[in-house]
Write a protein that binds this ligand. Structure first.
Ligand code: 2BA
Length: 106
């Protein structure tokens, strides 16, 4: 069994979770924010059998889109102040696959 952690954009999260439900894939949705933009994003935790990992990753890939996001002028990022606006490309998705030592439900 594996734990898949997928950071996706809020705009893609609902459709992705809908796809998970239709495909009998169980997931937990967390409201998160990116360390860099400090904007809201969504982190999905999916516990899944090894043989279905590729299927989950394919769905995440299909339903996560790349978008350009604009950082307004005079915003600070840590110790750096951006006088001009900065455009960054966000997504599709950032995905981690972790081994699970033990899975229990009570
Ligand atoms: P954020 O940290 O808000 O990053 C948003 C986007 O800003 C990133 O998109 C990337 O294009 C840019 N970016 C991030 N750090 C940067 C830096 N130090 N210098 C220049 N540009 C930078 P993505 O790479 O698609 O990441 C989207 C979100 O996924 C991130 O939001 C963060 O929440 C998560 N993420 C990405 N890589 C991660 C990692 N290695 N570990 C944990 N979370 C990660």
């Amino acid at each position: 069994m594996k734990l898949i952690i997928a950071v996706v954009q809020n705009k893609d999260a609902d459709e992705l979770v809908k796809q998970f439900i239709e495909n009998d894939i169980r997931a937990t949705k967390l409201a998160t924010s990116g360390g860099f933009l400090k904007a809201g994003n969504t982190t999905l935790m999916i516990g899944i059998e090894d043989k279905r990992v590729d299927e989950v990753i394919a769905l995440v890939k299909k339903y996560s889109h790349r978008r350009k996001q604009f950082l307004a002028p005079n915003m600070s990022m840590g110790s750096t102040m951006f006088a001009k606006g900065v455009e960054v490309e966000v997504g599709g998705a950032t995905v981690f696959v972790l081994p699970i030592e033990s899975f229990k439900q009570f």
